[in-house]
Design a protein around this ligand. Structure first.
Ligand code: ZN
Length: 263
């Protein structure tokens, strides 16, 4: 582990990089520790911001932090991995509060695709209807929900969409979304199922689809050698850093198998 002005960088012989852009206490609590633990348990790389609050500089926003050491280190690390392995996987670890609050969001765009378990729109203070929301630019279309171990390509195309209409617009400038097809639908779907098998309610782009072109996930959207996604985890599960990091590693292993050893 190497200490840096923003926190630390951890290098290991792996094509995986885990990133904590909001790891400072008071932002996405525990994501710095979780990211460090995952990198240890998976023998993977990590870039962890634990020093800068998102109000100072949002490390998850390319337009704000493009010339900071954090992003320079991350980009250089990913370049090195691609040079050595031919492909890199970048996974950001984020955190949501357990409960939904209206105050953070533009009310006009409040989840019209965000019903609770009863099929009603979420109310202020209601528990979020997921434990983990996977963001990779794609959004679940519940009208085409699939629940099989091995859906067809056509089923996956229907279920997972790029946000292109008002119906699927997340708040905050998501009309600037970019194409993030670098993360194949089947890979994301298999990861969702792997988390579900561990007991996590898991959605894809339900709330945090990371479609905004300025989101860090989109940094490599035009690079076919880099797959990027983020995991938004509610606080209840982040508190137990050992368990959640073990479960994330196990789910990733279930999907990626021995991909770590592929040279
Ligand atoms: Zn975050």
């Amino acid at each position: 582990m190497e200490r840096t002005d923003y926190g630390c960088i951890i290098k290991n012989p792996s094509r995986f990089v885990f990133v904590a852009p909001h790891g400072k206490m008071g932002n996405d609590d525990y994501t710095d520790k979780i990211t460090e633990l995952i990198s240890q348990k998976y023998n993977a790389n990590a870039v962890i911001n634990s020093n800068y609050s998102r109000n100072q500089v949002d490390k998850n926003d390319i337009s704000q932090s493009g010339d900071t050491q954090f992003q320079k280190d991350l980009v250089a690390l990913v370049d090195d991995i691609v040079a050595g392995y031919g492909k890199a996987n970048v996974i950001m670890i984020h955190g949501s509060a357990d409960k939904w609050t209206h105050s953070r969001h533009d009310k006009k765009r409040l989840f019209n695709n965000y019903p609770n378990e009863k099929g009603e729109w979420l109310k202020n203070g209601e528990k979020r209807p997921y434990d983990i929301d996977i963001g990779c630019g794609l959004t679940e279309d519940h009208r085409y929900f699939v629940d099989s171990k091995n859906p067809s390509d056509v089923e996956l195309e229907g279920f997972l969409k790029l946000s292109s209409s008002d119906l699927w617009k997340r708040n905050q400038n998501s009309d600037t979304m970019t194409d993030c097809r670098r993360m194949p639908r089947r890979e994301v779907y298999n990861l969702k199922r792997a988390f579900e098998e561990k007991g996590y309610r898991t959605t894809i782009g339900k709330e945090w689809a990371a479609q905004n072109k300025n989101k860090l996930v989109q940094k490599w959207s035009s690079n076919p050698d880099v797959g990027s996604m983020q995991l938004e985890i509610i606080e209840q599960h982040r508190k137990n850093t050992e368990k959640i990091s073990n479960d994330i590693v196990a789910a990733l292993k279930a999907v990626y198998d021995n991909i770590n050893e592929v040279k």
